[in-house]
Design a protein around this ligand. Structure first.
Ligand code: SAH
Ligand code: SF4
Length: 369
């Protein structure tokens, strides 16, 4: 069976053209799937019956299976999704006053092994397919609408998810071939119709793919910086040994020239005593001086055995102030969904932490409901 969620708009048009259908049929089918969240071809009632019947024989709409569904006291919602072979990924919905942001995953696990990241500790399992990436958004919108959640933008006729951040599990640029078609589906007017500014991809700094993203599908870019010198970043974000800071900064400058936003967001996780001293702030100011950017300081989310601690609140504030005094826009990320462990770097942690991934042991995941 062809999973229709795997087909980006051009591929869907091609697929239907091969079946003798006109392009407008692809737009119609796309709207059924991505705007009305049809769960099966049979539900597409205004498709000509012969097409509906023949398509239902060969195609389906298959999003990842939900293993666990948690709601935090602040409204943050987390879905644990089956990725097969005992693997799981997560998607997190974060409602705010004027938007609904969905944090989505791009890989089961991650090969890049950043020192402070629980996903990295799990090692790499596999790339998610385009359908599994788009399926997270399809599932969130469909579920939230069916439940009748209210928000001003939903009342105005928009879908529950207004913004996407690719900040869940995995390194999206290491799964470029599946991520880019997913992005195109997010952006397409007959699918989710999100503006490029409302879709943010976060990368640990895969320089050649930053350039490809700029050329093929520029969206808002966040870069996980976390250290102002190569010596420290080599330790915290090992991909730095391959793509050091000078080449990363140059790639960011090239990206900004064509990006939907005129800045790059640098993420900087605040690790007690490691990268949070006044000297680090000074080096960071010097590093980013020429790059149009905003700094987002992320309080470290601890997990068992991480070996790191979160910087004290006052130190994070002092660090932000130092940046601001140098004319750099710096914000401190609010932690959401704390009571369900929905924060950055903790995703799917509960299921995975108890398994020793490095030793290759796999335990089956048991659904909690
Ligand atoms: N692989 C991509 C996107 C996923 S991680 C990347 O690294 O950018 C999303 C963000 O969470 C990254 O900035 C990452 O460095 C950060 N992060 C990872 N583990 C964390 C932790 N334990 N506490 C706080 N932030 C963390
Ligand atoms: Fe992978 Fe990002 Fe975690 Fe690094 S921080 S290990 S790149 S998911």
């Amino acid at each position: 069976m062809q999973n229709l969620l795997d087909l980006e708009p051009a591929a869907l048009a091609q697929y239907l053209a091969e079946r003798g259908e006109k392009p407008f049929r692809a737009r119609q089918v796309s709207r059924w799937i991505h705007q009305r969240f049809a769960g099966e071809v049979g539900a597409m009632t205004d498709l000509a019956k012969p097409l509906r019947v023949s398509l239902a024989d060969v195609a389906e709409i298959r999003a990842p299976v939900v293993l666990r569904d948690s709601i935090a006291s602040d409204g943050t919602r987390k879905w644990l999704l089956d990725a097969g072979s005992g693997n799981a990924v997560e998607a997190v919905y974060i409602p705010e006053d004027d938007r609904g942001t969905l944090c989505i995953s791009s890989q089961a696990g991650c090969a890049l092994d950043c020192a402070f990241c629980s996903t990295g500790r799990q090692g790499f399992n596999r790339n998610l397919t385009t359908g599994e990436i788009v399926g997270q958004l399809w599932h969130a919108n469909r579920t939230l609408l069916a439940e009748g959640i209210d928000a001003p933008w939903i009342e105005a006729g928009r879908a529950p998810v207004t913004n996407i951040v690719m900040m869940g599990m995995g390194e999206p640029l290491a799964n470029f071939d599946n991520v880019v078609p997913a992005l195109r589906t997010l952006l397409d007017d007959n699918a989710y119709g999100l503006s490029r500014r409302r879709v943010t991809l976060s990368t640990s700094g895969l320089v050649p793919w930053i350039d490809r993203l700029r050329d093929e599908c520029p969206v808002a870019l966040a870069v996980s910086l976390h250290a102002p010198t190569d010596a420290l970043r080599d330790r915290l974000v090992p991909i730095n040994r391959k793509h050091p800071l000078a080449s990363l900064m140059a790639a960011c400058m090239r990206y900004v020239e064509r990006a939907p936003r005129d800045f790059v967001t640098f993420e900087y996780v605040m690790l007690d005593g490691v990268n949070d001293q006044p000297g680090h702030a000074k080096a960071l100011i010097a590093l980013v001086r020429d790059v149009p950017c905003k700094l987002n300081l992320i309080p470290f989310n601890p997990f068992p055995g991480s070996g790191f601690a979160t910087s004290p609140r006052e130190r994070i504030r002092g660090f932000a102030n130092a940046l601001q005094d140098a004319g750099i826009v710096a914000t401190i990320r609010k932690t959401r969904g704390e009571d369900i462990d929905a924060a950055c770097g903790q995703l799917a942690g509960q299921v995975r932490d108890r398994t020793k991934r490095r030793l290759g042991t796999r335990i089956p995941i048991v659904a909690a409901h």
